[in-house]
Ligand binder design. Structure first.
Ligand SMILES: Cc1ncc(COP(=O)(O)O)c(C=O)c1O
Length: 443
């Protein structure tokens, strides 16, 4: 049996206020991760666990990539920091110009942030300021979707659709509204890949256009595939229908690709994979393989040119962060792109998809499994809540998985998966075998 390495276990567990955690539970039975290589973490007990979540949907190229580590060290030895406020260092420009080539036309301009939440708030502010700059200052409403997760900034939270995240924080931004979620159609349960039914749910945007008036709406933000709400797939044709309604009504379409960006769905972006291009796209996470915090907002030519074409002198957009385009993050991002390209990692989810879907859908029929949603290298296995004990089944199944060598997350009673793109077919089989056993065990 493995023993705890006491040198690796902190003595004070109270000073650190943990993010998004049931920390009183954690502290009763703490678990510390101490190192990571490739597909695996090692904990302070010496256990090796397979990373079924790529960290938090972010370590797309797997852990401990020496090329990225070296690029970071090299950058620190040359230029640790220079800001980009009416100043600049060359790497931010070089990186931006390499980065935009990965995304579909006309998303040819990038604004750097430090996280997904900042990317979303930046996108919303760009949308509002864009309409104002072109003389449509009345377009102020921001539309999101039920069940969506867009980070924890006030803007992103206001258009998100997860009640537990929203409730503690009062009224949030005024003037937001939500279209209907795409999850929960009985005819779509256990779909193989994108569900066939439900593209008409996009027409709910038309309802809001009729309610508020198109000229009051600035932007609609959706995750092309919902992630942190529980992996919700867009019905076939849904995103195109949303695109069409936005175009017809002068509303900007924002894709929040913080999870789907950088290869997760078998292309650099979901926009590319699904052939539907938004006006603004938010990214973060996989951009640096999670080594250095960074986010990026991609903006269309026409939006960018609107700002650059104003006759107001000086700052075109009064927005930015001290660390926008931080040199160390840019170096990490450059090296991450090298790996994605050299190893053709964005192709992996497509190559592995059939095996992924076979393994995931093999759990149909296991007791208590009420839905399975899987696409590319994303999946959710949803269990029925236990009577009078909602969320318990998910938490217990995730614990069993960890104790049996696979780290997966539970979102409520769903187990959600998004492994590093370097995963092998054998490791995929291992994940779903352990999940199957876990679900049987916790019945
Ligand atoms: C779609 C989406 N947007 C925004 C965010 C927020 O990103 P961050 O936690 O880096 O602020 C997340 C995080 O999971 C996300 O999934």
């Amino acid at each position: 049996m493995n023993t705890v390495d006491h040198n690796l276990v902190p003595k004070d567990l109270d000073s650190f206020w943990m993010p998004f955690s049931a920390q009183r539970n954690f502290k009763r039975d703490p678990r510390f991760i101490v190192s990571a290589r490739g597909m695996h973490y090692t904990d302070s007990l010496g256990n090796q666990v397979l990373d079924g979540s790529a960290g938090l949907w972010c370590v797309n190229a797997g852990h401990y990539r020496e090329h990225i580590n070296e690029a970071i060290a090299q950058q620190l030895s040359e230029l640790d920091f220079a800001h980009n406020f009416s100043s600049g260092h060359p790497l931010a420009f070089d990186y931006a110009s390499r980065l935009v080539k990965q995304f579909p036309d006309p998303l040819n301009h990038v604004f750097f942030t430090n996280s997904g939440s900042e990317s979303v708030d930046t996108a919303l502010k760009i949308a509002l300021a864009y309409h104002r700059t072109r003389g449509e200052a009345g377009r102020q409403r921001l539309i999101g979707r039920e069940k969506a997760y867009h980070g924890m900034g006030f803007g992103g939270l206001s258009i998100s659709g997860l009640v537990k995240n929203r409730n503690p924080f009062g009224l949030l931004l005024p003037g937001t509204d939500h279209i209907r979620q795409t999850h929960g159609l009985a005819e779509n349960t256990f779909s193989r890949g994108l569900p066939e039914q439900g593209d008409y749910l996009a027409d709910d945007l038309q309802r809001l256009v009729e309610l508020h008036g198109a000229d009051a709406i600035a932007a609609v933000t959706v995750e092309p595939i919902g992630g942190a709400g529980g992996v919700h797939l867009p019905p076939q044709g849904y995103l195109q229908r949303l695109r069409d309604i936005c175009t017809e009504n002068g509303i900007l379409l924002i894709f929040d690709e913080v999870i789907t960006g950088f290869g997760r769905v078998g292309a650099c972006s979901a926009a590319e994979r699904f052939g539907v291009v938004p006006d603004i796209m938010t990214t973060a996470k996989g951009i640096t393989n999670a080594t250095v915090p960074m986010g990026a907002v991609f903006v269309s030519d026409s939006i960018f040119e609107t700002f650059m074409g104003t006759d107001v002198a000086g700052v075109e957009l009064t927005h930015g962060y001290t660390y926008s385009g931080h040199p160390v993050a840019c170096a990490a991002g450059m090296a991450t792109l090298d790996i994605y390209e050299r190893e053709a990692l964005f192709d992996r989810p497509k190559q592995l998809q059939e095996h992924w879907l076979d393994c995931a859908l093999a759990l149909k029929g296991v007791k208590n499994v009420i839905d399975i949603r899987a696409f590319a290298l994303l999946a959710a296995v949803e269990m029925a809540p236990r009577h009078n004990e909602p969320l318990q089944r998910g938490a217990e199944a995730a614990k069993y998985c960890y104790e049996n060598g696979v780290w997966v997350r539970n979102i409520g009673d769903s187990l959600v998966l998004s492994p590093p793109l370097i995963i092998s077919e054998e490791e995929i089989s291992q994940i779903f075998n352990v999940i199957g056993n876990a679900i049987e065990m916790v019945s």
